[in-house]
Design a protein around this ligand. Structure first.
Ligand SMILES: [Zn+2]
Length: 191
């Protein structure tokens, strides 16, 4: 199952990835390069969890191999794949995922990325379409979230791509818990 984001409304839209150079983030006084990813159709669950952590992952399950390779080249992204045919592509960094299990897949990406988990920002990116979320004021979502959610939560964000509304529901502790576990298991520092 995908990480259950608290989302409301709107069907997903198919859209092309944006093109930007690698993002540099400053965390606690140090600067780190945060890798971006392009994921193939066999690692969809992994892709969604990386997005839930706030990392940039192009994941278009119906994309052709050529498209995946082109996106990875244009974005200077790491291609994450289970396809042996894509394991060695000239000019592209590839993480060839060996394990079936999500936990080990995440560990492999952290180790081989390498992925600095201190750069993780849970609930900063749309899990469905990968766009960065924009914070919105509570009054703007009144008609878009269930009344019990509106009554309980103060913080909301919206995806500029697909229009979904996010709030800090019960899944956020789950995301943080998984992040913390992953950091422990891989010896990475967490946020
Ligand atoms: Zn979205």
């Amino acid at each position: 199952m995908a990480p259950a984001a608290a989302v409301a409304g709107h069907k997903p839209t198919r859209q092309g990835p944006g093109f930007r150079v690698w993002k540099t983030t400053a965390t606690r006084g140090r600067t780190s390069m945060v890798p971006r990813f392009v994921a193939d159709s066999m690692v969809g669950r992994l892709a969604k969890w990386l997005r839930a952590f706030g990392f940039d992952v192009v994941y278009q399950p119906f994309a052709e191999d050529d498209e995946l390779v082109n996106w990875a080249r244009q974005r200077e992204a790491i291609l994450v794949t289970r396809d042996t045919g894509l394991a060695r592509v000239p000019g592209v960094r590839v993480i060839f995922i060996k394990d079936d299990g999500l936990e080990e897949q995440l560990r492999q990406v952290v180790r081989e990325g390498p992925l600095d988990l201190s750069a993780a920002r849970p609930l900063s990116r749309c899990i469905v379409c990968n766009e960065g979320l924009l914070t919105v004021t509570r009054d703007k979502v009144r008609d878009q979230v269930p009344p019990y959610v509106y009554a309980k939560h103060r913080w909301y964000a919206r995806c500029p791509g697909c229009g979904r509304t996010y709030w800090q529901g019960t899944h956020v502790p789950r995301i943080r818990e998984r992040l913390a576990r992953l950091a422990r298991e891989t010896g990475e520092r967490e946020q």
